[in-house]
Ligand binder design. Structure first.
Ligand code: HMG
Ligand code: MG
Length: 300
C-alpha cells in the first residue's frame, strides 16, 4: 500500500497559539522527540512578525540549534520576502507560503488581500528558486471562514491553482476552523483536483467539531497521501478564534495503522512524546488515542 507522508506541524501550528511563551529548549526537545518517534517532516517555526505571533519570535535561534538528522526536514512558514530571507539565513531548506480562500481571513491573518498575498509571494518564489529551496503552499479556510462563513469550493480551487502556478510543489488544504465534514471536504477536493493532480495535495484538518479523523479518511479514500497533524492535537490559529488544534498525530497514525498504511512512525514513542509535551503545557493530551493508551498503560 502507498505510504502516507505525515507533516508534523506541532512545533509551529501546535504552539503558535499558546499564551505562555514556551522556552526554545522545550521546543527543541519536542522536535527531537518527534524525530525519535519517526516523524520526517517537522514544521519547526514561522518567520512571521514577532509582534503578531510572539510565540514564534525565537525562530532564528531555534533554526540554528535544530538537530541535523539524515532524512529529517524542518520546513518553516514564510509570509513574505523578509521572512524568507531571515529563514534562509537561519538555515531553512524548505519553506511554506500561506494564502487564504477567504478575503476577510487574509486581511486579519496577513494584513493584505488574497491577490496581494500572491504578489508578495512572487519575489519570494524567485529567491527560493535561486537558493534551491522548495516551497509548499497553504490555502486556509478551505471549507469555512471565521468571518465570512461558508467558502465556495471554486474559490479554493482558484487560490490553490494560483499557488501551483507560481511554483509551489505541494498545496496543503487547510480547514482552519475545523468545520468541514466528509461531504464538504469531498466537494472541495473535487473542485481542486479538477485543476491539479491529487498527488500535489495535502490535507490539513483542524478538529474543532471532532471531524478531523473522518475528514482525513475521506481525503485518503479520494487519493490524498500527505496529511498535516499535530502531536497531542495541539494548536489553533491566533486569527481564528475558537478553532481547535489539528488532527492529533497519534489519531492519524492509529487510523493509518488500522488501514495497513505505512507511516514510519512508532506510535508508542509518539504517545510518550504527547504525554510529555502535554504535561509540560499542564494539560491532558487532546488525542483520544493517546488518552486511551495512557489509561491502558496505567491499569496494566
Ligand atoms: P504587515 O503588517 O502587513 O507587514 O505584516 P509590513 O510589511 O507592513 O511590516 C510591518 C512590520 O512587520 C514591520 O516592522 C516589518 O519589519 C515587520 P516595524 O517597522 O513595524 O517594526 N515584518 C516582519 N517581521 C518579521 N518577519 C516578517 C515580517 N514581515 C514584516 N516576515 C505579516 C505582514 C504577514 C508579516 C504579518 O501580518 C504577520 O506576521 N502575520 C502573522 C500571520 C501568522 O503567523 N498567522 C498564523 C499562521 S497561518 C495558519 O496558522 C494557517 C495554517 O496553519 C493553515 C490553516 O490551518 O489554514 C498555515
Ligand atoms: Mg493550521
Amino acid at each position: 500500500m502507498t505510504p502516507v507522508r505525515i507533516v508534523e506541524v506541532g512545533p509551529r501550528d501546535g504552539l503558535q497559539n499558546e499564551k505562555q511563551i514556551v522556552p526554545t529548549d522545550t521546543k527543541l526537545e519536542l522536535i527531537a522527540r518527534l524525530a525519535d518517534a519517526g516523524l520526517r517532516d517537522i514544521e519547526a517555526t514561522s518567520f512571521v512578525s514577532p509582534k503578531r505571533v510572539p510565540q514564534m519570535a525565537d525562530h532564528a535561534q531555534l533554526m540554528r540549534r535544530l538537530p541535523r538528522r539524515d532524512g529529517v526536514s524542518y520546513p518553516v512558514l514564510t509570509p513574505n520576502l523578509q521572512g524568507f530571507e531571515a529563514a534562509l539565513q537561519a538555515g531553512a531548506r524548505e519553506v511554506a507560503v500561506f494564502a487564504s480562500a477567504s478575503e476577510a481571513f487574509s486581511q486579519r491573518n496577513i494584513n493584505c488581500s488574497v491577490a496581494e498575498s500572491i504578489e508578495r509571494f512572487e519575489p519570494l518564489m524567485a529567491a527560493a528558486q535561486c537558493a534551491g529551496v522548495r516551497v509548499r503552499g497553504y490555502v486556509s479556510c478551505v471549507v469555512g471562514c471565521p468571518y465570512e462563513g461558508n467558502v465556495a469550493a471554486q474559490r479554493v480551487a482558484d487560490v490553490a491553482a494560483r499557488l501551483a502556478d507560481i511554483g509551489c510543489h505541494e498545496i496543503s488544504l487547510g480547514d482552519t476552523i475545523g468545520v468541514g465534514t466528509p461531504g464538504s471536504v469531498l466537494r472541495m477536493l473535487e473542485a481542486v483536483s479538477a485543476r491539479m493532480s491529487v498527488d500535489r495535495l495535502a490535507g490539513h484538518f483542524h478538529d474543532t467539531y471532532g471531524m478531523a479523523v473522518a475528514n482525513v479518511h475521506a481525503a485518503y479514500a479520494f487519493g490524498l497521501r500527505v496529511f498535516d497533524s499535530s502531536v497531542s492535537g495541539l494548536g489553533g490559529c491566533p486569527y481564528a478564534q475558537g478553532a481547535s488544534g489539528n488532527v492529533a498525530t497519534e489519531d492519524l497514525v492509529h487510523l493509518l495503522n488500522g488501514l495497513g498504511v505505512d507511516t514510519g512512525v512508532d506510535l508508542d514513542r509518539l504517545i510518550d512524546c504527547s504525554a510529555w509535551i502535554s504535561s509540560v503545557l499542564g494539560r491532558e493530551p487532546f488525542s483520544r488515542v493517546a488518552r486511551a493508551v495512557i489509561a491502558k498503560r496505567a491499569s496494566s
